[in-house]
Design a protein around this ligand. Sequence first.
Ligand code: PNW
Length: 477
Amino acid sequence: MTGSTNGRLRFPPAFLWGASTAAYQVEGAVTEDGRGPSIWDTFAHTPGRVLGGDTGDVAADHYRRFRRDVTLMAELGLPAYRFSVSWPRVQPGGRGPVNRPGLDHYDRLVDELAGKGIAPIVTLYHWDLPQELEDTGGWGARDTAARFADFAGLVADRLGDRVPWWTTLNEPWCAAFLGYASGEHAPGHQDPALALRAAHHLLLAHGLGTRALRAALPSSPSAAKVSVTLNLFAVSAGSDTPAAAEAVHRIDGLGNRLFLDPLLRGGYPAAVLADTAAITGWDFVRDGDEAVIAAPIDVLGINYYSPTVVDIGPPAAGPSPWPGCADVRFVPPSGPTTAMGWPIDARGLGRILRRVHDDYRVPMVVTENGAAFDDRPGSDGAVRDPERIAYLHEHLAVLHEAIEAGVDLRGYFVWSLLDNFEWAFGYAKRFGIVHVDYATQRRTWKDSAYWYRDVIRDNGITWHQPASTGINRDRPA
Ligand code: PNW
């Protein structure tokens, strides 16, 4: 399957390479074709919530420029494009009939991709909840899960004949805990009990959404895959003490097992319910919910950026995204970091993949991995990002090693195709392999884009560290 001939680490023949984006981060055009407001429109337009007062109003203008962007993808040789469907474009108020012009857009995008031989990989929820649903309780309300299933069915009815792979939710941990506990993300609540309730309703939405997808999707010629994407935490102890081990256990519980166990083992982990009993009695979990959440999935999406080191110690100031973990201290990184301040260590990704493989036995795809750096065009117009190339190379080498060790990893998607709206950081952080000049919307391939094109073409990486050398900036004819 894999190999390391001719100084190259080769990936399995069917390994799926791609790049990811999300609707609110790239589309702009927020009032076009009858789109309604989402919680991110409201949040970004609330002073003090997003760095620099940035909003997704224009973003990378991908809604209007999608045809040119698909051409760019084809030039990169991308076999697959992972994007999300904006719920408030399809149902402006989150319920009721389809807003045709909104759904038509994704129909055109899917056809444009198909015309270039690029597989459309659809995420149904990447955090842009219709504002009207937030007004009736958001993810704190059980009804939101049922509304999500309706939305999933509507999109599958229209695109199901051409989309091979569906993801219900992107990172329910972020949606629940950054959105409802720390308040760093929309809708900006700071209520740990509400956040745990939201986590359950997101998982329920996944289960009901999976059911709706299976009902709507055609079973031939080959059945579409259904998945969910989690941001899993590679947690390790900051000291060799029982207290640090306890901190690891608690963060692993809330960050990983709270999601993995109900999705893949049929129920919530008792230890996490016990650890959070002082915050909530989990009375919002009804009989039968866990069976709905455990509906079989075909593949698990994993997003990974950096490892996490914890210990017991004085709490950091401000509201935390970790309910009941005020005594847990997040140890600041000592090694290299990205522009986000996130530590760089690819081994964390290897640990996550092996752990999920050993404990849950599910096929996996890395649906996001990448890094922000301070990229800008040089005087010759080139955007040199050797740190990003080194970051990606290091992570791909770890993936190759995991595959050789028997982990069932089916693909890899870089975050992100384009520089975009990085949530609470606005446009200050650039994750793209393609640079976006927001004043002109001009796209410029960073060196990492040329490098990734060659990785895809060769289905592998060079065995030695390529870093900043040997970038071939020739564009295809
Ligand atoms: C993910 N955290 O977000 C998202 O899926 C992307 O939309 C985003 O642009 C990307 O990663 C880079 O941030 C995360 O605080 C945001 O642990 C925050 C965290 C994790 C993931």
